[in-house]
Design a protein around this ligand. Structure first.
Ligand code: MLT
Length: 402
């Protein structure tokens, strides 16, 4: 037999969404070298790291320069001082019982959202919201798992109806990427009830929880009673503290959580994940983890909050700009993304191409996030505020001229 590729690659798009966007932008730049491009597509941060984080990372580099304070391989689940800071800062101080040994530090949430699938059998049926961050779908298709889409529409506040049928694994993301929607405590409780009744597992992506300003919305699924028996939570420092280039995040796997083997025996997931990480991962870098721990200091908290406040102000500029162009605007109040319909029902990739060519503005076409995203597009608030304001003026002129 010749070597054969994983047939899952035949199921996925030719290019991952943000690779396709980048390809089109690169082609445009090559053919229009003088164009003034304003990138509001991928949610990549633009503000520098908080001073407290920078200082901690400088000190960490100094540690590495001396034999006495040098660090080689770290523990693959993260240094205890960071796991403890996370458990206290993000959970216990908010009245949520999470222990440091339930925190697994990683190199960003995206890696674990796909890697976690190593723990689960191929025959699990996976429920994925539509529209959605495309990494969930593509990672499951690569593993040839059956995916059932959960439509998330304006009518159900982009939070998805509780399914009638059976789903073994369910991805949820709130505050949501791409719609910027938040989920109410009541609705999230319904998802937890569904998971407990069906012995399903929820993979809860709360990478954007730091943008919640209305505290009536849950930041963590573990605010819902019983979620520790049916949910894994994923968080990231990328958007919380500008770590898109530094790479650090974490996954919470509660000790109370167990899943069945094919013979019906229950197994805790923490030990399996420890094995998986020991086998395939060598831990996030010492410097990144020192930087992450600084987020939990008084200065770190204050400084990172100021940065995320700034992004939310930019989201306000986007919402206002869309409205003045006569377009709808949802999200952007407790989330960094603003979601809107294309003008005159235009196809979203056509809109993307025409907008880019006419104005140099890059957005993300909605259908890249799923079939329900057709005829929509997403704008990120992570861009520079002044440039974003300029982009919104250009967008208005473009829409007015259609
Ligand atoms: C996005 O634009 O959806 C995100 O920045 C992508 C990511 O976090 O990987």
């Amino acid at each position: 037999m010749p070597a054969r590729i994983n047939s899952g690659f035949l199921q996925v798009r030719h290019r991952y969404l943000f690779q396709e966007v980048a390809r089109r932008v690169a082609a445009f730049r090559a053919s229009h070298p003088d164009a003034d491009v304003i990138p509001l597509g991928i949610g990549d941060v633009t503000q520098p790291l908080a001073p407290a984080v920078i200082q901690a990372m400088h000190r960490a580099v100094d540690d590495l320069s001396q034999a006495e304070s040098f660090h080689g391989y770290g523990p693959e689940n993260g240094y205890d001082w960071l796991r403890e800071a996370i458990a206290e800062g993000d959970y216990r101080s908010r009245g949520i019982a999470v222990d440091a040994d339930e925190i697994f530090v990683n190199d960003g949430a995206k890696s674990d959202l796909g890697n976690i699938l190593d723990l689960f059998a191929g025959e699990n049926i996976v429920g994925i919201p539509d529209p959605v961050y495309p990494a969930y779908v593509d990672a499951n298709l690569l593993d040839s798992r059956q995916v059932r889409f959960i439509p998330c529409t304006e009518e159900n506040h982009y939070a998805g109806e509780i399914p009638q049928g059976w789903l073994d694994i369910i991805y949820l993301c709130f505050p949501n990427n791409p719609t910027g929607a938040v989920i109410t405590r009541e609705h999230l409780s319904e998802w937890v009830r569904y998971a407990r009744e069906h012995d399903s597992l929820i993979l809860f992506d709360s990478a954007y929880e730091t943008f919640i300003r209305d505290e009536t919305y849950p930041r963590s699924i573990y605010e819902i009673a019983g979620a520790d028996e049916c949910a894994i939570e994923f968080r990231s420092f990328s958007k919380t503290a500008g770590f898109t280039g530094v790479r650090c995040g974490y996954t919470v796997i509660p000790k109370a959580l167990s899943v069945c083997t094919s013979s019906g025996q229950r197994m805790g997931l923490g030990p399996l994940w420890e094995f998986r990480q020991g086998c395939k991962f060598n831990g996030a870098s010492y410097v990144a983890q020192r930087g992450a721990a600084a987020i939990y200091t008084a200065d770190g908290r204050k400084q990172t909050r100021e940065i995320t406040d700034g992004y939310l102000r930019t989201a306000g500029i986007i919402r206002e700009g869309l409205r003045s162009a006569g377009l709808s605007a949802s999200g952007g109040e407790n989330a960094p993304y603003v979601w809107t319909r294309t003008p005159e029902g235009m196809d979203d990739w056509e809109f993307f191409d025409r907008l880019l060519t006419a104005t140099g503005i890059v957005v993300t076409p909605g259908s890249g996030f799923g079939a329900e995203g057709k005829g929509h597009f997403r704008i990120t608030s992570f861009g520079d505020p002044g440039r974003t304001a300029q982009a919104m003026e250009r967008l208005k002129r473009f829409v007015d001229g259609l």
